[in-house]
Design a protein around this ligand. Structure first.
Ligand code: ADP
Length: 401
């Protein structure tokens, strides 16, 4: 049965949306409402191939979603005939803690659980929750589904998710590794299995989601067994503005020597570090690559550090998994930067990764195997599609068969 699925990703001052017809996976509309609560909000969206913009003040998420639904049902622009055509809503939710290991249909209990996880994701879960609340009010008879960034990683074994700090902190406060980007890692894992012609349950992968935020996952028999992000998205790889792995004593050092309050240190590590902090230029990989090309030594250092950290995790996860079938590059940097892919894979032939440098060169945003014919492990570029994954999950849970 065909069903129109609205996918919502609600941020603190924005709502991203896509409308899919399922199961054909045809995207009918997509858009972004920005600057909610500011003087001048902006809705940009596409229906079919036509682009539209609406500039108008939007006070809150409720008004925002109403504006989005009005835009989606504007028949003069080729929109839906009626709001009742929307058959299901899929929400992206960042933190599901240990309560959710898969996608679920939202009821009052689930909504309450999302609320209870605010402490673990104070920046992300409140707007996600707000999106759920206003969508349930505006579309009361439409089934709604929550897809958690953390859910895919709930299969990690205790020895991978437990931090070596007093165990009571886990028991009392659930301090542990959760991991994020789960929807993206899961999506590219399924695509990789298809490309490799293997059953997902028999596929071992290392997936590298390299966007503004970046994380890698070790996947054994289709399941996440380790991932680089931790309690929060700050751990692991070097990112646009986040530091990733550092000596935790740096925090106490800064507090002591610079007399910095903890909130300021948190902000420094999340917003002023990573590629931006080291290069002093930008969090955007394109700018850093260009500056490095032009001889900027700090940009060159940032780029080298970025690739080196990924390479170290490739080695670590190869050891953790044992028999890797493919390394997958995805998201903005992974899909587009041949420089990063080449550097990460250079000199890894001894552990099974042989990149075809010519094949890799200039490839942007398309599925391709860039390993040499004789490489024991495949190296794949796979564009991610988290919205489609959410639509697929939503359809699977809500469509009447
Ligand atoms: P987000 O995490 O915000 O969804 P994306 O997955 O869109 O991020 O990735 C954003 C990153 O991708 C930026 O650092 C951007 O510079 C990088 N990127 C996009 N295109 C290219 C390119 N052609 N070469 C190198 N980096 C690129």
């Amino acid at each position: 049965m065909s069903l129109k699925v609205l996918v919502l990703n609600s941020g603190s001052s924005s709502i991203k949306f896509e409308l899919f017809e399922m199961p054909s996976e045809k995207r009918q509309a997509r858009g972004l409402l920005e600057k909610i609560g500011e003087e001048q909000s902006k809705l940009t969206y596409t229906i079919g191939d036509s682009k539209y913009t609406i500039d108008q003040k939007v006070a809150d998420h409720g008004q925002g979603l109403r504006l989005i639904i009005d835009a989606l049902t504007d028949q003069s622009k080729g929109g839906l005939k009626d709001i009742s055509e929307i058959g299901a809503v899929g929400h992206r939710v960042v933190h599901g803690g240990e309560a959710f290991s898969e996608t679920v249909i939202i009821d009052d209990k689930v909504q309450k659980a999302v609320e209870e996880h605010i402490q673990l994701a104070p920046l992300h879960n409140p707007p996600n929750l707000l999106g759920i609340k206003v969508a349930r009010e505006l579309l009361p008879n439409v089934p709604q589904v929550a897809v958690f960034d953390t859910a895919y990683h709930q299969t990690m074994p205790a020895y991978a998710f437990t931090y070596p700090i007093p165990y009571e902190l886990y028991e009392q406060l659930r301090v542990r590794r959760y991991g994020f980007h789960g929807t993206s890692h899961r999506y590219v894992a399924a695509r990789a299995a298809k490309i490799l012609g293997r059953k997902l349950e028999e596929t071992n992968l290392i997936t590298a989601h390299l966007g503004n935020g970046a994380s890698m996952t070790a996947i054994q028999n289709g399941k996440s067994i380790d991932t680089t992000m931790g309690l929060t998205p700050l751990e692991g790889l070097i990112m646009g503005t986040r530091c990733g792995d550092i000596d935790p004593a740096i925090i106490a050092f800064l507090a002591r020597v610079k007399d910095m309050p903890v909130a300021q240190i948190d902000n420094l590590l999340n917003k002023k570090s990573g590629m931006l902090g080291v290069s002093g230029l930008s969090n955007d990989m394109r700018s850093v690559e260009q500056a490095a090309n032009e001889g900027n030594t700090r940009a060159a250092l940032a780029l080298e550090m970025y690739c080196y950290r990924i390479k170290k995790y490739v080695g670590a996860y190869t050891a953790a998994i044992g028999n890797v079938h493919a390394l997958v590059f995805t998201a903005g940097v992974g899909e587009n930067s041949d420089v990063v892919r080449e550097r990460v894979c250079s000199n890894l032939q001894n552990i099974g990764y042989k990149i075809d440098v010519e094949k890799n060169r200039g490839v942007r945003g398309k599925e391709l195997d860039i390993a040499t014919a004789d490489s024991p492990i495949r190296i794949l570029i796979i564009p991610t599609n988290e919205e489609l994954m959410i639509a697929q999950d939503t359809y699977a849970l809500t469509a009447k068969k």
